[in-house]
Design a protein around this ligand. Structure first.
Ligand code: ZN
Length: 311
């Protein structure tokens, strides 16, 4: 069972305020909340702001449901690196007697998993995951590669926590660049600066740093060390609630990992490289609420004009 991380006192107090203001709605499961209209409005405005900022790159827009074919996850290496965060979908395929037994057990809130079989689907762990197989299936990349706007997609991470900024399901606003190594690296570096300007322009005290993924187990520590040494991952952090700042955006250079797994090749036949940028939308809304107050109508005018302008 995934280890529950209790909230720091400041995080618990912030969650109470958010619930009282009807910005978040408790479901009874830590890290899974409903959202009120004001929260969702800010999230969608931020989503739109990223789309406007990305528009000059001329990205191809792709949207996927928050589910992946199980085979795609199996080919991605995710279960080796992050088995503790993955969510897979099981469903009932039994007979009437088993259906009855399952229902009786479920009604008593006991374990009914023995009546469930693994389906062909898993929950999407990162918004860029469906993009790579889709691009790989098209054959070699056009000259210059492709840029994809993967939208603000729901993703799942099995890490129950009392911190309102650590959700089990949340929207990741992703942009993806696929092409030659130098192109991809330059894109990532340019977006690191753009994203920092974007968040600072919203009044957030944002900083970036080299980061590592929460790889699983002992071999994971080696992967993290190598990731840090090669500076493959950067994060932008903002102080929300709690003792430590929270990562609100990450920049990931995968080198040829996803291209090799999904057969993405350059126009000349060489293996492509990929990078992605993901904004944690709920975390950015929480950072804005924490910084500027729980009523967006009272936020500073320059912050409001950036979010509530359609130009
Ligand atoms: Zn990604």
């Amino acid at each position: 069972m995934a280890e529950y991380r209790p909230a720091a006192p400041d995080q618990e107090a912030f969650l109470e305020e958010l619930v009282a203001a009807r910005l978040l709605v408790r479901t009874g499961v830590p890290g899974v909340y409903g959202r009120g209209g004001a929260f969702e409005d800010v999230r969608l405005r931020f989503d739109d702001l990223v789309a406007r900022l990305a528009a000059p790159d001329g990205p191809e827009v792709l949207r996927f449901p928050p589910l992946l074919p199980r085979r795609q996850l199996e080919s991605s290496g995710y279960l080796k690196s992050f088995p503790h965060l993955a969510g897979s979908i099981f469903a009932f395929e039994g007979d009437e007697a088993q259906a009855l037994a399952q229902e009786e057990r479920a009604a008593r809130h006991e374990d009914w998993s023995e009546y469930q079989s693994q389906s062909d689907l898993v929950l999407t762990p990162a918004a860029c995951y469906p993009v790579y197989p889709a691009v790989g299936a098209r054959g070699p990349l056009p000259a210059g590669g492709v840029t994809v706007d993967a939208g603000g997609a729901y993703v799942f991470r099995h890490e129950p926590s009392g911190d309102p900024a650590r959700l089990q399901m949340f929207h990741q606003r992703e942009l993806v660049r696929i092409g030659e190594p130098e192109t991809v690296e330059a894109w990532r570096d340019a977006w690191r600066d753009r994203a920092l300007d974007l968040l600072r322009g919203l009044g957030l005290d944002a900083d970036f740093d080299v980061a590592t993924d929460p790889f699983f187990g002992r071999s994971g520590r080696m992967l993290a060390a190598s990731q840090r040494q090669q500076a493959l991952k950067f994060e932008i952090q903002v102080q929300i609630a709690g003792p430590e700042p929270t990562a609100v955006a990450s920049f990931n250079y995968h080198q040829d990992h996803f291209a090799a797994a999904h057969g993405i090749t350059l126009a000349d036949g060489g293996v492509a490289h990929t990078a992605c940028l993901g904004f944690g939308e709920e975390r950015i809304v929480l950072a804005l609420l924490r910084t500027h107050g729980l009523d967006p109508a009272g936020w500073p005018e320059d912050v409001r004009s950036r979010l509530w302008t359609s130009a």
